[in-house]
Design a binder for this molecule. Sequence first.
Ligand SMILES: Cc1cc2nc3c(=O)[nH]c(=O)nc-3n(C[C@H](O)[C@H](O)[C@H](O)COP(=O)(O)OP(=O)(O)OC[C@H]3O[C@@H](n4cnc5c(N)ncnc54)[C@H](O)[C@@H]3O)c2cc1C
Length: 422
Amino acid sequence: MTTVIIGGGLAGLAAAYKLADKDKIIIIEKEPQLGGMASSYKIDNYFIEQYYHHIFASDKELISLIEELGLIDRLEWLKGTTGYYFDGKIYPMNSPLEILKALPLMDVIRLTLLVLKAKSIKDRTPFDDITAKDWIIKTAGESVYNNFFLPLLSSKFGDNKENVSAAWLLGRVQIRSNRGTKGEKLGYMRGGFAALIEIMAQNIRDRGGIIRKGNASRIEIIGNSIKGVIVDGEMIECDRVISTVAPHVLSKIMDTDLTGLKFDLNINYQGTACALFGLSEKVMDDIYWLNIKEDVPFGAVIEHTNFIPTSDYGEHLMYTTSYFQDPKSILWSLRDEEVIELYLKGLEKLFPQIRKKLKWWRLRRDLDTAPVYETGYRKKVFPFKTDIKGLYLAGMFSQTNYPERSMNGSIQAGFRCVDEMA
Ligand SMILES: Cc1cc2nc3c(=O)[nH]c(=O)nc-3n(C[C@H](O)[C@H](O)[C@H](O)COP(=O)(O)OP(=O)(O)OC[C@H]3O[C@@H](n4cnc5c(N)ncnc54)[C@H](O)[C@@H]3O)c2cc1C
């Protein structure tokens, strides 16, 4: 059997990794680099993710895979300190005491009760049709919503913040609320997640898999069965296709009407514009992740070298990032230099010395970086196996990536998809 996998991100690589002993595998990736959303820049002598990445202790499949590939000694669990910028000041938010300093006492009590309630909910299904906003206000009041959750929802979902479901919020609270009194530990592979991608790719090649650069422009289907994939004008015949591309790309590369896909292809995705700055000095004292309640064109500042030691890189690294909901957004239409200038002007409001510390910058932007987990999303989750013989789907749109897309969710999607093939 020949299986063509469209997309060399983590879902595609995971599927190939699991299938390489059974099928002839051909991965098609349109970019020169593998890894999709999890790919890295090579700066001088080190790798750093183009989009900030860390993992959680609950990311079981990813951690097992790292272990299986002999990379576990690189995985470290470090304190991921968080802060909140408002009224011209950074408030650390790592312990109950620090949260008490930043929020009114009644809000802290109500927030604690909300977290306890969220953690006790086992079945999130009924919460898929309620907005997070309504549930927060009903459970903890307007003040907790406005002071605590609104900036978080705004930074994550922009104009879609009021449409996001309570099911998403519950999932998020359940993953993120095990901070204890000393703050949360997050996982990171020293040297970067680039090594994971490289070793996976090598392992697939060693077992006969082919990884090819190319643009898949058409999935050919005859009757109700897969015939092949057209890549840069050339037909690659195959028995099965695993597509890992975003729904709107899938709808362009196959005749979804004719082939009667019975699920909704209109998943709403949001884009990201993420700048990485190389700096001569640190910017924040000891905050890794800063959420911001201020009129600036980004939602979060992430000082990577307040998480991973600067000595790994020989310089300080900081991301500034924003999601956008619409391709007409200036974060998508402006030139790279203009986006960076916009971000620097915003950063100057928070950190007046920023330009003096700046050595270099990079910018990565994509349109389809995360599904918007709005009410009713559960019904939109894609199946792994479709009614078309030989067509399978795995990626950010899969059930394993709900209610939060992650590297773990995409790896699990690749694995689960292969299980369904069997
Ligand atoms: C800003 C940001 C921060 C993140 N932070 C974290 C984090 O901290 N922790 C975490 O676990 N996860 C994080 N993630 C999520 C994680 O990176 C993704 O969930 C995961 O990498 C997605 O993998 P995927 O294979 O499903 O999709 P993708 O990575 O999107 O892979 C799809 C691949 O298909 C290719 N492709 C598309 N169209 C075609 C075509 N026509 N022909 C050939 N190839 C094509 C693309 O180039 C891409 O490489 C983050 C993501 C973003 C955007």
